[in-house]
Design a protein around this ligand. Structure first.
Ligand SMILES: [Zn+2]
Length: 341
C-alpha cells in the first residue's frame, strides 16, 4: 500500500507511513523494513534495508541513501550514525534512510552491480521488467523515493579528490541544500549533450531535479575504506540539511573555510594519451593556468617520461587519480572551471 497522497489531508498525528515492509509507522515512531527487489539464484531474498523515522510534528519528507555504488562505504557509516542519533519525538517530518541501495555490489566490494555489470546510478528511475539494476532502482523509487520532497544521495570519489557537493545548474533549492550541507567545494553541473551521451540523466539527482525535487550528491572522499574525518563531515552535512528543512532544531554548522563553486562535472578530465606510471605535480585545491604542467607519465621499461600533462584550460583541481598505473585514456586530473563559461 502506498501512501501519503491519500493521507495528506489527515492531521499529522493520524497519518501512517508505509515504506517497503515498514508499515503503519506513526508520528514519533521509528521502524526498520526492507525494500524487496527479487531473489538471488539460490533463493536468498534480494532486498535493501530501509529505516523510517516519523517525527512527532509535521514537516517535510527527506530521503537519504548511500552505496548505490557498492564500494562507497563512508556514506553507509554516515547514515548509521545519523539514524542512530535521532529521536523521532524531537523531529519534524519524515526521514527515510537506505544505507545500502546496491546490495549485490556491496557484497562484491565493487562499484557496479555484479548481476548486470551496470552502473546503478545511470538507470534511474528504474524500469519494471528491466535488468537487475533497473528493477532495483524501480522498487526503491516506487516504494520510497517518490514519497520524498528532498533527496540526498551519498557517494565517494577517490582519496585524492576534495570533498564536494554536486547539484544541478539553475536549481536554486538544490543549490541551497548543497550550501547547507557544509562542504567547502560546490560543483554545479549542467547536463549538456556530452553528459547526456554519458547517461547523466539516469543519475538519481538529475532524475529528481528534472521533476522539481531538490536533490544533491555529496562526494565524501575515497572508496573501500572508512575515512573518519570524511564520515564526520557527512554526518554534519545530513544533520545540517535536516536543520535547514526545519526537521531538527539547532544552528547549521558552517564549513571551516569559505565555500567555492566550480562549474562542470566529473567528466571534466585530463586523460592519458600513453600508458605508464603517473606522477601528479598538482593536487586537489590547486588553481592552475592553461598550459601549466600537471604531472607526467613515465615508461616502466626506460624510466623515461613518455608524456607530460598540461592544463588544457585555466581551472581548479578537484582531484587527481589515486591510481599510478595508467593506460591510454585513463583519467589523470579532474579539472573544473571557476566560472560558468
Ligand atoms: Zn558513487
Amino acid at each position: 500500500m502506498q501512501q501519503t497522497e491519500n493521507q495528506s489531508s489527515l492531521p499529522w498525528q493520524e497519518r501512517s507511513w508505509n515504506i517497503g515492509t515498514a508499515t503503519n509507522v506513526r508520528s514519533g515512531k521509528r521502524a526498520v523494513g526492507l525494500i524487496e527487489h527479487g531473489t538471488y539464484a539460490d533463493g536468498t531474498p534480494l532486498q535493501s534495508p530501509v529505516h523510517v523515522l516519523v517525527g512527532a510534528q509535521e514537516g517535510p519528507v527527506l530521503y537519504v541513501q548511500a552505496a548505490v555504488h557498492g564500494n562507497e562505504v563512508n556514506g553507509v557509516e554516515v547514515l548509521r550514525r545519523v539514524a542512530s542519533s535521532l529521536d523521532p519525538e524531537l523531529m519534524r517530518g519524515v526521514l527515510i534512510v537506505v544505507p545500502v541501495a546496491n546490495g549485490p555490489a556491496l557484497l562484491m566490494r565493487q562499484r557496479h552491480n555484479p548481476f548486470d555489470k551496470e552502473d546503478m546510478n545511470r538507470v534511474w528511475p528504474g524500469k519494471l521488467g528491466g535488468m537487475a539494476s533497473q528493477q532495483m532502482a524501480y522498487s526503491l523509487y516506487q516504494q520510497a523515493i517518490h514519497q520524498a520532497q528532498y533527496v540526498v544521495d551519498l557517494h565517494t570519489a577517490n582519496s585524492n579528490t576534495l570533498l564536494h557537493v554536486v547539484y544541478g545548474r539553475g536549481d536554486e533549492a538544490s543549490r541551497k541544500l548543497a550550501e547547507v550541507f557544509g562542504l567547502e567545494v560546490l560543483l554545479e553541473e549542467n547536463v549538456d549533450d556530452d553528459l547526456k551521451q554519458s547517461r547523466f540523466l539516469g543519475k538519481l539527482r538529475n532524475t529528481l531535479t528534472a521533476q522539481g525535487v531538490p536533490a544533491i550528491t555529496p562526494e565524501l572522499g575515497g572508496s573501500d575504506h572508512f575515512e573518519e574525518d570524511h564520515i564526520v563531515l557527512g554526518v554534519r552535512g545530513v544533520l545540517n540539511v535536516m536543520k535547514h528543512l526545519g526537521m531538527l532544531q539547532g544552528a547549521i554548522e558552517p564549513p571551516d573555510r569559505p565555500q567555492i563553486t566550480l562549474y562542470g562535472s566529473h567528466l571534466d578530465r585530463v586523460r592519458a594519451s600513453l600508458g605508464g606510471i603517473w606522477v601528479a605535480q598538482v593536487k586537489g585545491g590547486d588553481q592552475v593556468k592553461q598550459g601549466q604542467l600537471l604531472g607526467h607519465v613515465y615508461a616502466i621499461r626506460t624510466f623515461e617520461t613518455v608524456e607530460q600533462i598540461f592544463a588544457p584550460y585555466d581551472g581548479y583541481i578537484l582531484g587527481t587519480s589515486d591510481l599510478p598505473i595508467v593506460n591510454t585514456g585513463d583519467n589523470l586530473v579532474n579539472l573544473c572551471r571557476l566560472d560558468d563559461n
